[in-house]
Design a protein around this ligand. Structure first.
Ligand code: HEM
Ligand code: HEM
Length: 180
């Protein structure tokens, strides 16, 4: 259907959205587990492993997106079109920085990554406190920036759906309304 996102674009958008929201909750809940306990090591490794899987999906999405143009924007004021474009770009940037900063931090720590607590990926970097702190801090700050962007994204979708009554949500959601 013209003006509709393709099935691949929709599957990747919704799959990654659900996984990312879960991963945010997972990350923030990690703070509840006391440091230097076996439970923390276990759950951190689960968070790292799920994060790497999401990172691979994000990479696939970006490669796919670079080869497939999205449908043209809906009619809207030029500033809104520019804001939507900028916020989508910023969200793609956060989607890269989140798993990448986590991965880099892990490799400058003696812990490395134990994939789903089974296969140990030995760190390729040195146990460097400063580099670890830089990448870890990037991970934490980007999480907040990304969460704000997602909040703005949701508000924009709600505004289009409830105020403008346009097809913005329908063209990303392959439900009955998308075919109408
Ligand atoms: C894919 C997307 C990811 C998201 C959305 C995400 C999100 C988060 C969030 C929200 C936190 C809590 C930050 C805080 O306490 O302020 C966190 C912590 C953490 N993440 Fe991720 N993460 C992702 C991927 C990864 C990956 C791939 C790794 C490592 C391979 C990783 C390693 C860590 C570690 C070690 C912490 C604990 C940091 C600490 O408490 O010092 N994350 N993550
Ligand atoms: C972690 C959560 C999410 C992220 C990271 C995210 C990211 C994105 C990105 C990057 C795009 C642009 C796609 C492109 O053209 O390449 C997009 C489009 C879209 N997203 Fe999300 N999204 C998330 C959650 C949601 C949710 C929960 C909704 C609905 C309530 C939603 C509704 C939409 C819609 C309707 C579009 C199409 C906008 C248009 O037609 O211009 N997204 N999203």
């Amino acid at each position: 259907m013209p003006g509709q996102y393709t099935r691949t674009a929709m599957v990747l958008h919704w799959l990654i959205a659900v996984l990312l929201i879960g991963q945010f909750a997972f990350g923030w809940l990690l703070d509840e587990i006391p440091r230097n306990t076996p439970a923390r090591g276990f759950w951190i490794n689960q968070h790292k492993s799920v994060g790497l899987v999401i990172g691979i999906l994000i990479l696939l999405r970006i490669v796919w997106r670079l080869r497939h143009a999205p449908p043209p924007p809906l009619p809207m004021p030029a500033w809104q079109r520019r804001a939507a474009h900028a916020s989508h770009l910023a969200m793609y940037a956060c989607m890269v920085v989140m798993p990448l900063s986590g991965y880099l931090a892990s490799n400058f720590s003696k812990h490395g990554i134990k994939l789903f607590n089974t296969v140990r990926l030995a760190p390729w970097g040195s146990d460097d406190k400063l580099l670890y702190a830089i990448f870890n801090q990037t991970h934490k700050v980007t999480a907040v920036v990304f969460a704000v962007l997602i909040g703005i994204h949701l508000l924009a979708v709600i505004k289009h759906t409830l105020v403008n009554h346009d097809r913005l949500l329908a063209r990303m959601w392959n439900g009955a309304s998308a075919r109408s």
